[in-house]
Design a protein around this ligand. Structure first.
Ligand code: FES
Length: 505
C-alpha cells in the first residue's frame, strides 16, 4: 500500500494500486475540487506532486494539455487521472499549485504596496540603543531642567548634566564646552543675540543655506567654487573683507562632494576676529570629525545627532575652549540630551560598520542607472569626497524636484534634500548648465535600508524616469565640466521644461 499525503494539512490516506489520487485525497479530507466528477474535463482537481511521482501512472496527452491550460508545471497532475501503480510502496506527497500561485500573488501585491524610505537626512531613525537610553527619562524622570528647584526639576537637571559629561567624553572636550540646544532655530537666535543684531534672515536661510555662507550684517555672501569642487579662496577673502560678522560652513560640504579648506577658512576668520562655525554632522566617522575640528580651530561646532542615529530636535554645540558665548541653553528635554549623548558614543562603531555596506549599495545604484538610463550621470568623477550613504546623480531631461514628487506616488520617499534645496544651486555655482543642474539629485541611504528596499527603489526610479522620457523625449548628453558638448535639443521642449520646473537662474 502507498500513503497519499496532502502537504498543506498533513492529512493522509492509504491507497491500493489502481485507485486515483483524487479518490484517496477526498478520503483524507483534502479540499480538492472536482467539477467534472473525475472525467478529466475541468482541470479543477489539479495537484502538484512533491514526492513519489514514480508511483503514479503516466499522464496521457489530454491530461498534459489540460494541466498546461490550467497553468501547471511539469510536476502537476490531474488527480482524477493519476492512478497508483502496483508494485510500488512508500508515499506520494501532494500540494495544490493554486496555493503556491496565491502566495506568489500575495507577495507580489505586498511588494507593489511596500513603501521605501530614502529620506535619511530629513528623518533618520533612532538607533534602538539610543531609544533605550531615552526611555527611562521619558517615562519616569521627566521634569523641566530650568524650572523651580523642586524634586522633578532637580532630577531633570541631573540627567542633562550627566548627558553633558558623556557627550564631552565622546567628543574629547570639557563638559562646559558642550551645550544642548533645542534645534537650529535656537542656535540662530543665540547667534543673533551674540551679534547684537535683529533678525538677519529666517533661521532656514541662516543655517540651511543653499551654499556655505558668510553673514555680513543683513547680507549673506555666497562663496564660489572652482570647477574641481574646491572653494575659490579669492572670492572667499573678498567676501570676508566686506565686513562679515560670522562664517559658517554648513551642509554643502557633504551633499555634493565639494571641498572646503577648513583650516584656511578658520585662519582667515580668526585674523579678522570673526566667529567661525562649522556643522560637522555630515562627517562619516567621529575620527574624521575631530580631525577636521582640530585642523579648523573653530569657534563652535554643531552636530545634529539625528544624523548619527540620535533624536531629532536637539543640536549639540561644542564651543571653543574659553569661548564664553552667551548662548542660552533652554528648553532641552533631558531625554533628548541623553539620546544625543548616547548617539555620539555609539556613532563611530555603527558608522564604521555601515559605511562599507552603504558605499557598496550606492556604487551599485549609480552603475545601474548609468547603464540603464542614457544621460544619467553619477558625480563620482569629480565629487570624490562624497559620503558613503550619498548617491549623487543627474537625470537629464528631468527636474529632480518633479521626480521626487512623482516618486512619492510610486512609494519611494526621498525627502527635501533629494533635489532643489542645495544640490542644483551648488552645481550652478560650479558652472554647470542650469538645466542640467535642475536634474541633480542626492539620495541618502540609511542604516536600516535593506537590500530589498534598495532594489525596489532603484527599479521604481528607473521606471519613473523612463515614463517621463516617453512623454518628453529630450535625453541628451551630460554637460558636466570637462564632458562632451550638449547635443541639439528641441527648443520648445526645453522651454516647456524651464516653464514647468525651473525657478529663475
Ligand atoms: S475532476 Fe475534473 S479534471 Fe479531474
Amino acid at each position: 500500500m502507498i500513503k497519499v499525503i496532502y502537504i498543506p494539512s498533513g492529512n493522509h490516506a492509504m491507497a491500493l494500486a489502481g485507485e486515483s489520487l483524487l479518490e484517496r485525497l477526498h478520503a483524507a479530507g483534502a479540499p480538492i475540487e472536482s467539477v467534472c466528477r473525475g472525467n478529466g474535463a475541468c482541470g479543477t482537481c489539479i495537484v502538484e506532486v512533491e514526492e513519489g511521482a514514480e508511483s503514479l501512472s503516466p499522464a496521457a496527452p489530454d491530461e498534459c494539455d489540460m494541466v498546461k491550460r490550467r497553468g501547471g508545471n511539469d510536476r502537476c497532475r490531474l488527480s482524477c487521472q493519476a492512478k497508483l501503480l502496483s508494485g510500488t510502496s512508500g508515499a506520494v506527497k501532494l500540494t495544490q499549485p493554486v496555493l503556491r500561485l496565491a502566495r506568489a500573488e500575495r507577495e507580489r501585491a505586498a511588494r507593489a504596496f511596500q513603501r521605501v524610505d530614502w529620506d535619511h537626512v530629513e528623518s533618520h531613525p533612532i538607533f534602538p540603543e539610543v531609544f533605550q537610553e531615552m526611555g527611562p527619562i521619558l517615562a519616569g524622570r521627566y521634569g523641566s531642567p530650568v524650572g523651580e528647584k523642586h524634586f522633578f526639576s532637580t532630577r531633570a537637571h541631573e540627567a542633562i548634566e550627566k548627558a553633558r559629561q558623556r557627550a564631552a567624553r565622546a567628543v574629547g572636550c570639557a563638559p562646559e564646552q558642550i551645550l544642548f540646544l533645542s534645534g537650529w532655530a535656537e542656535l540662530a537666535l543665540g547667534l543673533r543675540i551674540l551679534h547684537g543684531e535683529g533678525p538677519v534672515a529666517g533661521p532656514e536661510a541662516l543655517f540651511f543655506p543653499p551654499m556655505e555662507m558668510i553673514v555680513a550684517g543683513r547680507e549673506i555672501l555666497p562663496w564660489r567654487f572652482g570647477a574641481s569642487g574646491v572653494l575659490d579662496t579669492d572670492s572667499f577673502e573678498t567676501s570676508l573683507a566686506r565686513g562679515a560678522s560670522l562664517v559658517f560652513c554648513g551642509s554643502a560640504i557633504a551633499g555634493t562632494g565639494t571641498r572646503l579648506p577648513l583650516a584656511r577658512i578658520a585662519e582667515a576668520a580668526r585674523r579678522r576676529r570673526i566667529p567661525f562655525g562649522v556643522d560637522l554632522s555630515w562627517s562619516w566617522s567621529l575620527e574624521d570629525i575631530w580631525q577636521e575640528l582640530s585642523g579648523a580651530e573653530a569657534s563652535f561646532v554643531t552636530l545634529a545627532p539625528s544624523l548619527f542615529g540620535g533624536p531629532r530636535g536637539v543640536i549639540v554645540l561644542v564651543l571653543a575652549s574659553g569661548a564664553g558665548w552667551p548662548l542660552p541653553e533652554r528648553g532641552v528635554e533631558p531625554a533628548l540630551a541623553a539620546g544625543a549623548a548616547a548617539a555620539l558614543e555609539i556613532a563611530g562603531a555603527h558608522r564604521a560598520a555601515e559605511g562599507k555596506r552603504l558605499a557598496a549599495l550606492r556604487d551599485s545604484v549609480e552603475s545601474f542607472w548609468t547603464e540603464k538610463l542614457p544621460g544619467c550621470d553619477p558625480w563620482s568623477r569629480w565629487a570624490a569626497d562624497r559620503l558613503p550613504q550619498a548617491a549623487c546623480l543627474t537625470f537629464t531631461a528631468w527636474n529632480a524636484e518633479g521626480l521626487s514628487s512623482f516618486l512619492e506616488t510610486a512609494g519611494v520617499a526621498v525627502g527635501g534634500t533629494f533635489a532643489g534645496s542645495r544640490t542644483d544651486r551648488v552645481l550652478r555655482a560650479l558652472g554647470v548648465d542650469p538645466l542640467y543642474a535642475a536634474g541633480a539629485a542626492t539620495i541618502w541611504l540609511g542604516h536600516e535600508n535593506t537590500e530589498e528596499e534598495f532594489s525596489l527603489g532603484r527599479d521604481r526610479i528607473l521606471a519613473a524616469v523612463k515614463s517621463f522620457r516617453a512623454v518628453v523625449p529630450t535625453a541628451r548628453p551630460g554637460l558636466m565640466p570637462g564632458t562632451q558638448a550638449a547635443a541639439p535639443r528641441p527648443a520648445t521642449i526645453e522651454g516647456e521644461l524651464r516653464a514647468a520646473y525651473m525657478d529663475e537662474t
